[in-house]
Design a protein around this ligand. Structure first.
Ligand SMILES: [Zn+2]
Ligand SMILES: [Zn+2]
Length: 321
């Protein structure tokens, strides 16, 4: 059903350094190298009995050189008794490892490599086993994010998240603005929630949101929480629970906040969010499969039919475009 990829079909593998802490990058390189060399290694002993003498057994049409132990007479190749013993398409393992470390979702890896999604799912197990055994520090860090037991980004991405959140907070709370008409700094903030100002000198009004991607988004009191949820890789439904907005609005907000991240050059953070979000999908489906129940989300608490918490029109967020 799925044709094996030839080299020309491979898209450029991702830069797997981007989502990793700097001090783990050399381990990551070693892990990829390990996957690359694994099928080409010369065995040093019989994997069955540990005897150091064995001979090459010449059998045609084998994917790997085959050996026979001088002591126990059992046959083996360099993958025998390794986690990858029963896996094929070995030329793709190192590339797959790069996608894994870069936090790509399995279906996307399958498409990029031209292999079946079930293969990408099966390869996780041996990759985890090798990483855990040979590169334990890398494994501890990576698997905690992959399993969403720790959502803390690496320091360079945490700095981007912090810069973004504090910039947003400053925008929302600042009491200072410069009049665009007369240049006066004597401006009074006229809205508690939005950074809207009126000039004491010339009476002209100014919104710091004008011309930004946030200019027509409603409910600024939810922006910081929404941005934090986005950074944690929360799903659309999570974000709905967090804000009480409808799915359409949350989708639109996600686009806008992602645009803002792009404008500020936080490309690693965007990549990071994609990773954590794809793992959130998996986390939820596992939770539900094991009998867990998540709070249902239906529509918006701001819509006309539900209890209004704020006296704003229910369709306010719909006015944006
Ligand atoms: Zn042996
Ligand atoms: Zn003015």
């Amino acid at each position: 059903m799925f044709a094996p990829a030839n080299a020309a079909d491979l898209t450029t593998p991702p830069d797997y350094h981007r989502c990793l802490p700097i001090d783990l990058r050399s381990q990551a390189d070693a892990f990829i190298r390990y996957l690359h060399e694994l099928p080409n290694k010369s065995p040093v002993e019989c994997p069955q009995c540990g005897h150091p003498y064995f001979r090459v057994d010449t059998m045609p049409n084998l994917r790997l050189p085959f050996y026979r132990c001088a002591a126990c007479n059992k046959g083996f190749n360099c993958l025998s008794k390794t986690p990858f013993a029963r896996y094929g398409l070995m030329h793709l393992w190192p590339v797959y490892g790069k996608y894994l470390l870069a936090g790509w979702p399995m279906p996307s890896i399958a498409t990029a490599l031209g292999i079946s999604p079930s293969t990408t799912w099966r390869w996780i197990k041996p990759c985890r086993a090798v990483m855990a055994k040979e590169f334990p520090a890398l494994y501890r860090w990576w698997s905690a994010r992959q399993d969403r037991t720790d959502l803390e980004p690496p320091p360079h991405i945490a700095a981007q998240a912090q810069a973004f959140l504090s910039g947003l907070e400053h925008l929302l709370t600042t009491q200072q603005a410069v009049c665009s008409r007369c240049g006066s700094t004597d401006m009074k903030r006229v809205d508690e929630r939005r950074p809207d100002f009126r000039c004491s000198g010339c009476s002209s009004t100014l919104s710091l949101l004008r011309g930004t991607v946030l200019s027509r988004l409603g409910y600024p009191e939810h922006w910081l929480g929404f941005a934090q949820g986005l950074i944690n890789g929360e799903s659309l439904v999570d974000l709905q629970r967090r804000t009480g907005l409808c799915g359409v609005a949350c989708k639109r907000w996600r686009v806008r906040f992602t645009q803002m991240l792009e404008q500020q050059g936080h490309t690693e953070l965007i990549r990071w969010i994609t990773w954590l979000r794809s793992r959130r999908v998996k986390e939820v489906s596992d939770f539900v499969r094991e009998g867990g129940k998540l709070e249902a989300v239906t529509g918006s608490r701001y819509s006309a039919n539900s209890n209004r918490r704020f006296s704003v029109p229910g369709n306010r967020v719909r006015k944006t475009h």
